[in-house]
Design a protein around this ligand. Structure first.
Ligand code: GLU
Length: 436
């Protein structure tokens, strides 16, 4: 069996971290098994679907490095849905319904008030057809066929079809709801694994009968626990946390992938610098059933760790030309985003105005100024400089290092000065230590 997965977003908004996580898991699974990963644009809702969202979805997948092996759009496949619908109608598996939403709501309330589950009753079937009313259509569940599947994440699942309402698959205006076109496409595209959020579990129950009604074997299913924000429920903020926001915050795509691949699994989140280890490691058996907690602070921290391991050649096109390989290696342990490299470029080469030295630091700086000219810049100038200043002033520890770091970089913190100093031109260092 060729593994084929699909990511099937409705282009009615921007992707958020939850959608992207589903896309990633589908992609990882396909790549792990040498299979195919398809993008299916679920744009049956023509009013709410937007071309700009389709473009953004493609761009977001590309940014993450999730290459697709094919793309389909549901809006171009209505002829197929029509044909399959006709087949189901001929077989009596879809039927016309004429209730208004108000009537359905009243029936629901009556059932609930009697302590009964609010399952759609097929009362209107065979009843006289009201004149001049276009029907909507329901799929007839087979009440004698118990619904079972072994979910790759949730384990054995069982539904009694009598407890489910026959789902509406088509509106009175002829437009399609999600359930049936999705099954028709999953069959046509030979989807082997459907990986999606657990909010789709009861859809799956109905869809399993649709696969059977259309004469197809259902695919495997993996329903993942939902992603929640740090406050415990899917917050508005998390829901609206789009890829553009993350990009603007300087998040590396691989850091986001590293987090989303492992969140909610029994495997640790690791600062990988490429997708390969995530492909090798994906395993639905290791996904938990509890909601996975997404924490932006954790992502920011992981982003730093990823940068710490990122090779110069992987980022060179995004760096100022002043940042060569040696400078990148010196600054990367201190970066939270790649964009900060521009600040360091300025610290290396100027323009640079040394901060006013505090009175207590002046002897250290005077000794440094006296020593710096004669230092060999190719032989550990920081070691030689600090030795000379220590010998001249007796300063040590923080009182020795901090004034020098401040004068040379304008900052209290930063990369190891032993690595940094040789990467600043000697004339620059001389000027900075002597106060300009
Ligand atoms: N368009 C559906 C959604 O975004 C797809 C669900 C599925 O993967 O089948 O929820």
């Amino acid at each position: 069996m060729t593994v084929t997965t699909r990511f099937a977003p409705a282009p009615t908004g921007h992707l958020h971290v939850g959608n992207v996580r589903t896309a990633l898991h589908n992609w990882l699974w396909a790549r792990k098994h040498g299979g195919r990963f398809l993008l299916r644009i679920d744009d049956t809702d023509r009013e709410r679907s937007r071309e700009e969202h389709v473009a953004a979805i493609r761009a977001d997948l590309a940014w993450l490095g999730l290459d697709v092996d094919g793309e389909a759009r549901q809006s171009e496949r209505f002829a197929l849905y029509e044909a399959e619908f006709a087949r189901l109608e001929a077989a009596g598996r879809v039927y016309a319904c004429y209730e208004t939403p108000e009537e359905l709501e009243i029936r629901r309330k009556i059932l609930l008030s009697r302590g009964l589950p609010p399952v759609y009753e097929r009362k209107a079937e065979g009843a006289p057809v009201p004149a001049g009313v276009a029907p909507h259509w329901r799929f007839r569940l087979d009440h004698d066929a118990p619904i079972v599947w072994t979910d790759l994440i949730r384990g054995p699942q069982h539904f009694d079809p009598k407890t489910l309402s026959d789902p509406v698959v088509r509106r009175a205006d002829g437009s399609w709801l999600y359930l049936l076109p999705s099954v028709i496409d999953d069959i046509a595209m030979r989807i082997s694994h459907v990986v999606r959020g657990e909010d789709h579990v009861s859809n799956t129950a109905a869809q399993i009968q649709m696969f059977a009604a259309l004469g197809a074997e259902p695919p495997e299913f993996a329903h993942e626990a939902l992603l929640v924000g740090t406050e415990g429920k899917l917050s508005k903020r998390l829901g609206s946390l789009g890829m553009a926001d993350l990009r603007a915050a300087g998040i590396e795509p691989v850091a986001l992938a590293a987090l989303l691949a492992r969140l909610g699994t029994s495997d640790p989140v690791e600062p990988v610098t490429g997708l390969a280890p995530l492909i090798a490691g994906v395993d639905f058996a290791r996904f938990g059933r509890a909601p996975a907690r997404f924490d932006e602070a954790e992502l920011a921290l992981l982003n730093q760790k990823v940068l710490h391991h990122t090779d110069y050649h992987a980022v060179a096109p995004r760096l100022p030309t002043a940042i060569d390989e040696a400078r990148w290696n010196a600054i990367r342990p201190n970066l939270t985003t790649v964009a900060e490299a521009a600040e360091w470029a300025q610290i290396f080469d100027g323009p640079f105005a040394p901060p006013d030295a505090e009175a207590a630091d002046r002897p250290v700086l005077a000794a440094a100024t006296a020593a710096v000219e004669s230092l060999d810049w190719d032989a550990d100038p920081w070691g030689a400089l600090t030795d000379a200043v220590k010998a001249a002033t007796g300063a040590k520890g923080r009182a020795l290092f901090l004034p020098l770091r401040r004068a040379l970089t304008g900052r209290d913190h930063g990369p190891d000065m032993r690595e940094l100093l040789p990467l600043i031109a000697k004339a620059e260092a001389v000027a900075r230590l002597s106060g300009g």
